[in-house]
Design a protein around this ligand. Sequence first.
Ligand code: ZN
Length: 126
Amino acid sequence: MSAQQPNWFVEFAQAIDADDAFYLHCTACQSGSLPPRSSCPRCPNDVLERRPLSRQATVRSHALVYVTIPRFIDDAPYTVVLARLEEGVQLTGQLRGADEVSVGDPVHLGVEKYPEDAWLLTFTPD
Ligand SMILES: [Zn+2]
């Protein structure tokens, strides 16, 4: 099985791994978004600045996953977290370092590298 993750995601994950996490900041409406984008999702502006991402987030939702893709079968069941970062962007990732998490809990964003250069986003409680 080939990983076949899109280049933009690999670049995004590698930046997190290198402690150089980033998001895209709209110079017009000041909102944040994530790659891949060539224009703002909230206004007509097409000038997006790459800015540092704090990696600090708050849990917005979570779910326990029993049925998954082949790559994660050995991990199931596992918890997927939807978290909002301080910069206003949201990401999903697998929960690490705890069995449970609650909405509102502080977490921080990380990455793990799987075989075949596949990357996984993670959230760990602070
Ligand atoms: Zn905008």
